[in-house]
Design a protein around this ligand. Structure first.
Ligand SMILES: [Zn+2]
Ligand SMILES: [Zn+2]
Length: 243
């Protein structure tokens, strides 16, 4: 039996709700360490949790919104100039991830495109509705019902003998229900508590999802006001669990 340590480095949304950092979840498996999403504040979050950015082998991105991928340029700049990374890094994401991130890097740090990493930097593009093997991870995905221009995905990761699913951002769909069914850990967006907000998973939708353990995240202040009143486990920045 493999144990996976999961640290919720950032559990907020794009609007700073609750003063929380943007989405970044670090999972440490038997053979590698990976993050799920890497929002703009994620490098700060890793430092807060005393997680060495150079120890991350793989970054999985669900979609191209800044609160889920905007931290990559900061990580790459630190890897080249600060932390002097030597080990390879693989960034896995939806279609156009590499092109999009290069544009974001150029916008945030003009001139940085001339710098060449001294480590292997690999990009893997996920085709919607398929599976991919990256290092010791098998990643299944389905298209998420979210802003189309972000190429949104929900993902299920097999690592060791465990399965972790993450909804990403997106409304409830039959494909999502099927993808996450029975996993060891489901990390689920729970954006609003009692207001049906489109393109997101809201609290009333959670009852449709089945998993051995469910942790809610990416909560608007409307949902954060209810975390003590719901029976589901709610994430906070710095929460660490083992599955
Ligand atoms: Zn988001
Ligand atoms: Zn989004």
């Amino acid at each position: 039996m493999s144990e996976i340590k999961v640290t919720f480095v950032g559990t907020g949304d794009a609007f700073g709700s609750g003063g929380r950092l943007q989405t970044c979840i670090v999972a440490e498996g038997p053979a590698s360490k990976f993050t799920i999403d890497f929002g703009a504040s994620s490098l700060i979050g890793l430092r807060r949790e005393a997680i060495d950015p150079n120890s991350i082998d793989t970054i999985l991105l669900t979609h191209l919104h800044g609160d889920h991928c905007g931290g990559i340029p900061f990580l790459l700049l630190d890897a080249m100039l600060g932390s002097k990374r030597a080990r390879p890094l693989t960034i896995v994401g939806p279609q156009d991830t590499e092109t999009h991130l290069r544009k974001v890097q150029q916008a945030l740090f003009p001139g940085s495109q001339r710098m060449v990493p001294k480590f292997d930097l690999n990009f893997v593009a996920l085709t919607p509705g398929t599976s991919a093997k990256v290092a010791d991870l098998i990643i299944h995905n389905v298209e998420a019902k979210h802003t189309r221009e972000t190429n949104p995905l929900a993902i299920r990761i097999s690592v060791g003998d465990k399965q972790i699913a993450y909804t990403g951002d997106g409304a409830l769909t039959e494909e999502l229900i099927h993808l996450v069914k029975g996993v060891d850990l489901l990390i689920a967006e729970s954006y609003f508590y009692d207001k049906p907000v489109p393109w997101h998973l809201n609290y009333p939708d959670i009852s449709q999802l089945e998993a051995k353990r469910i942790v809610l995240t990416h909560m608007h202040s409307n949902m954060l006001e209810q975390v003590d009143n719901v029976e589901e486990e709610c994430a906070y920045d710095g929460l660490t669990i083992t599955i």
